[in-house]
Design a protein around this ligand. Structure first.
Ligand SMILES: [Zn+2]
Length: 152
């Protein structure tokens, strides 16, 4: 049994450094590490695949619905499934609530007809982009535009 209930929708932050995994960015409580299953969306060229990964990259806040994720294990999972192509982008959509799968369906593969993946999506906070790769790309684009606008 998990201490942190996967059925609670949480807001997600990426840990930008090891220090970010210690305290909650919202309420400054001490975060606790726990292993969970997550769903990633991975974009490979124009295709988007979903990928279920179980890892201990989540650092949960005991006081508020916040989770801080270590990007490393997710990057690694995307690389194992789709290769180390620099064009591959991914994000983590939420946590899989395995407890929500009815007992009689637990033998079935998740995501198959009649056994939908019990995804508990992360709460989107206004003004925060949960995908650092997309953010970097947008920044690069903005730079390009500025350069183009300048007169030679
Ligand atoms: Zn908190």
């Amino acid at each position: 049994m998990n201490k942190f209930d996967p059925s609670i929708p949480r807001q997600m932050f990426w840990a930008k450094s090891a220090g970010d995994r210690s305290y909650c960015p919202e309420c400054h409580s001490k975060l606790e590490n726990e292993s969970h299953e997550f769903i990633m969306a991975v974009r490979e060229a124009s295709d988007i695949h979903s990928l279920i990964v179980g890892n201990d990259a989540g650092y949960f806040c005991p006081k508020c619905p916040t989770v801080v994720l270590d990007i490393g294990p997710f990057r690694e999972s995307a690389a194992i499934s789709f290769g180390r192509d620099a064009t591959i982008q991914f994000t983590v959509l939420g946590i899989v609530d395995l407890e929500a799968v009815p007992e009689e369906k637990r033998f079935m593969p998740l995501g198959e007809e009649g056994n939908p993946i019990p995804l508990v999506k992360f709460i989107k906070k206004r003004g925060t982009d949960t995908n650092p790769q997309r953010k970097a790309k947008a920044k690069a684009k903005a730079k390009k535009k500025r350069r183009r606008g300048r007169k030679p």
